[in-house]
Ligand binder design. Structure first.
Ligand SMILES: [Zn+2]
Ligand SMILES: [Zn+2]
Length: 303
């Protein structure tokens, strides 16, 4: 199971009724947060979510609306008695940016580990989250994130028998462990069928449309994408400031064959986003406007 909660939908600045764009994922007792602008900790509190289990923080890029909430969040996590290390993933320069912000959040009761990315595509596996970071196209270095929960194949008694696996190893192998006895190595694939469809969420802001987004988002259960501008005539602005229109996001959702798309990172000038949805849905029918606290529980499909 993967719980998804869009904490906010604002771009550039928080508004009285709109928190800055960030996403909370929860799986198996561990939380993953993507982006942390000003006020994100208030949005977390508003949703009744807990600070203590945040093990991973992914930062898209170093613009204030995506990272300036970090010192406050770290202090609040410290106040929640966290002692386990926190992993922060972000573009090159992360260590320096986090170091500067931590001048006002010193003496935390937990360690902060920074992972700086330099390649266009990077992969991490932490606490059951399979994270794919992919470079996008903004006016500073920026990454999108695909997060997958993989699902192993079904246990097959016939396969275990035909591979002569001792009965005592069936259980550990089914749980994904590799075991060794008398120089023989037994691996999970000897008792498991083909990998089953897992759960996949892709988050992308801020960027122009790119092939990297389409390929990373391929067949996602949920694609959360920036839609800075709703008005078609603002395409020139979108190109100038390296953002997207609703329609460009919908084109990518269609090309990536995702199940569902939520738009987010709205311009402060956007008031009635829903007025533009019919035109967006002509391109990709299962398009929705993100809103503060919009949530979804993704569960494995039977077979
Ligand atoms: Zn932004
Ligand atoms: Zn930006």
């Amino acid at each position: 199971m993967l719980d998804v909660c869009l904490l906010g939908t604002a771009g550039m600045m928080p508004l009285p009724y709109r928190w800055l764009t960030s996403l909370m994922l929860r799986h198996n007792g561990s939380s993953l947060l993507i982006d942390c602008g000003e006020g994100t900790q208030i949005a977390i509190k508003e949703q009744g979510l807990s600070f203590k289990p945040i093990d991973i923080l992914c930062i898209t890029h170093f613009h204030a609306d995506h990272i300036s909430g970090l010192p406050g969040l770290l202090l609040t996590m410290g106040n929640a008695d966290r002692t386990e290390p926190l992993t922060i993933i972000g573009p090159k320069g992360l260590e320096k940016v986090v170091g500067a912000l931590r001048v006002i959040a010193p003496g935390l009761p937990f360690q902060v580990k920074c992972i700086e990315m330099t390649e266009p595509d990077e992969h991490f596996e932490i606490n059951g989250y399979n994270i794919h970071a992919f470079k996008v196209k903004h006016n500073v270095t920026c990454y999108g994130y695909s997060v997958e929960i993989k699902r192993a194949g079904k246990f097959s008694v016939e396969q275990a028998k035909s591979n002569d696996i001792p009965l005592k190893f069936w259980n550990p192998l089914q749980r994904g462990q590799t075991v060794e006895e008398d120089g023989k190595i037994y691996t999970p694939d000897m008792v498991l069928g083909p990998e089953r469809k897992g759960l996949k969420v892709t988050y992308c802001t801020d960027s122009r449309p790119t092939d990297s987004i389409v390929s990373a988002a391929e067949k996602s259960d949920l694609f959360i994408c920036e839609g800075m501008y709703a008005e078609k005539e603002k395409i020139a602005k979108a190109k100038q400031y390296k953002h997207m229109t609703f329609y460009e996001a919908a084109e990518m959702a269609k090309d990536a064959q995702v199940e569902e798309m939520w738009l987010t990172h709205f311009s402060p000038s956007l008031v009635r986003g829903e007025d533009y949805l019919p035109a967006v849905r002509k391109i990709f029918p299962n398009s929705h406007l993100g809103k503060e606290g919009k949530s979804k529980e993704l569960v494995f499909q039977e077979n």
